[in-house]
Design a protein around this ligand. Structure first.
Ligand SMILES: *[C@@H]1O[C@H](CO)[C@@H](O)[C@H](O)[C@H]1NC(C)=O
Ligand SMILES: *[C@@H]1O[C@H](CO)[C@@H](O)[C@H](O)[C@H]1NC(C)=O
Ligand SMILES: *[C@@H]1O[C@H](CO)[C@@H](O)[C@H](O)[C@H]1NC(C)=O
Ligand SMILES: *[C@@H]1O[C@H](CO)[C@@H](O)[C@H](O)[C@H]1NC(C)=O
Ligand SMILES: *[C@@H]1O[C@H](CO)[C@@H](O)[C@H](O)[C@H]1NC(C)=O
Length: 299
């Protein structure tokens, strides 16, 4: 869970329903108003840059820290997680908003602050105002807690059509203090912020298991020679394609089923290099001595 303190210049979000769109091709598209015979799509945009405290001059950072410290202090005083504040360009604190979970779950700190500022001062456009929030993962920001997993940089990058320039987003002001106040909700099922982790887990060890058997050994030209047979079994639940293997330095006199790339010293399957879950691939070799070549799957 990423719990960062964020502040940003407010903008108004409008969500338009769009119809099936083709991939944007700058060679065949123009930006502007479409004529009746043209198909309309949207202009693709990059995610907005998120500034960090390191990008700010110390004086500006000091001001932002002071304002963040203020929302954090109110959060602690009221024992709430999400508190937002909105400042006028001239430095005046215009209003506050506290997420109390009431009247409903979309009453996020920012929403409460926007409503509050509108009620108190009749502000309807928040250009040139700055909003601070104790919860970087709240509605308009990095959304991780029981919400949609979408970065603020993505959302703010889609400002196109709403304003002329991207909103300025700064993340990480008083991050340590904000993180300490948030803690983790993964183990608090009774909290309204609880989220059951939906982690993506990837095995770090290869599902390929290699077994080798020595079939026979014999004398040839005054030395012992052995024949080995092996199977590579996929013990995992997904198909393995193009696996490669490292080996101990001893080289076979002849081998089938595996081939080595002399440049990388990696072995690969000699034919159809795909092993389905539960399936095996066979190989064999003849080598001086009685020791196997130790093959190891790479990753
Ligand atoms: C647009 O034109 C350029 C230059 O001819 C070409 O390299 C590029 O692949 C074209 N882009 C698309 C999406 O067709
Ligand atoms: C800043 O602007 C607000 C809103 O217009 C106004 O109420 C306040 O007096 C101004 N403060 C200063 C210091 O100019
Ligand atoms: C609205 O903002 C004012 C001024 O900062 C604050 O005193 C008040 O508590 C806020 N109201 C709500 C509902 O958050
Ligand atoms: C925002 O502030 C800039 C700089 O002071 C000013 O030029 C601009 O007109 C302001 N925009 C709005 C919508 O108030
Ligand atoms: C990961 O390892 C576990 C335990 O060995 C296994 O049950 C699972 O199928 C593996 N997952 C994949 C994607 O291979």
């Amino acid at each position: 869970m990423n719990k960062i303190a964020l502040l940003f210049t407010i903008f108004f979000a409008l969500f338009a329903i769009s119809f099936a769109c083709d991939e944007f091709n700058p060679n065949t598209s123009t930006i502007g108003e479409c004529t009746a015979t043209q198909k309309a799509s949207w202009k693709p945009t990059d995610n907005v840059q998120v500034l960090t405290p390191a990008d700010l001059d110390p004086q500006k950072l000091g001001m932002h820290e002071e304002r963040m410290a203020y929302v954090l202090a109110i959060a602690k005083q009221q024992n709430k997680k999400f508190v937002a504040s909105i400042y006028h360009q001239n430095g005046t604190l215009m209003c506050l908003g506290v997420n109390t979970g009431k009247p409903n779950i979309i009453s996020h700190g920012e929403i409460v602050a926007i409503n509050n500022c509108t009620a108190l001062h009749g502000i309807t456009s928040f250009t040139n105002y700055t909003l601070y929030t104790s919860g970087g993962n709240d509605l308009l920001c990095k959304i991780c807690m029981s919400n949609i997993p979408m970065d603020s940089s993505y959302i703010f990058g889609r400002y196109y059509g709403l304003r002329a320039s991207p909103p300025r987003v700064i993340g990480g002001v008083l991050r340590t203090e904000a993180d300490a106040w948030f803690g983790s909700y993964c183990s608090k099922p009774t909290s309204i912020y609880y989220i059951k982790p939906q982690c993506v887990c990837t095995n770090t060890t290869s599902p390929l298991k290699i077994d080798q058997t020595r079939y026979s050994s014999w004398f040839e030209n005054g030395k012992t020679v052995s024949q080995f047979g092996g199977t590579i079994t996929n013990t995992g639940s997904v198909t393995v394609t193009n696996p490669t293997f490292t080996s101990s330095p001893n080289r076979p006199n002849s081998i089938w089923g595996l081939s080595v790339n002399e440049a990388t010293n990696l072995w690969s399957l000699q034919w159809y290099p795909v092993i389905q879950p539960g399936q095996s691939f066979s190989f064999g070799y003849i080598i001086d001595g009685e020791d196997t070549i130790a093959f190891q799957p790479t990753a």
